[in-house]
Design a protein around this ligand. Sequence first.
Ligand code: AMP
Length: 121
Amino acid sequence: MTYDKNNIFAKILRGEIPCKKVYENEYVLSFYDINPQKKIHILVIPKAEYTDLDDFTSRASEKEISELIKGITTVAKKLGISINGGEGYRALSNIGLNGGQEVPHLHFHLFGGEKIGRMVS
Ligand code: AMP
């Protein structure tokens, strides 16, 4: 899939649309989901243009890959939901049509602050 530069997260990254920022570094941006499904619902996205996890792992550098994974745990710690100091959370990425992905820029959802429940309903 070609990357759509007009997707909503691309606009957030360019500063054209506001977001409620949680964390940012050279590689990742994290912000609150606009339509939270759990008490805490955060998104973590790479700053570079990748449509989904498959696209990311096939084109991203080792540094980008490790920074995204580390970004997830950094954000979890910052929010107090990590295993160390919190009670855990779920990190999830929807991929493509069957995965239910709506925004075509790779993102991980972080759900926490309460029991998240069944893996798939
Ligand atoms: P997905 O279905 O995995 O593609 O998830 C896309 C997520 O992006 C949904 O949970 C939406 O609520 C969220 N979302 C869409 N637009 C925005 C926005 N402007 N700011 C924050 N989150 C958004």
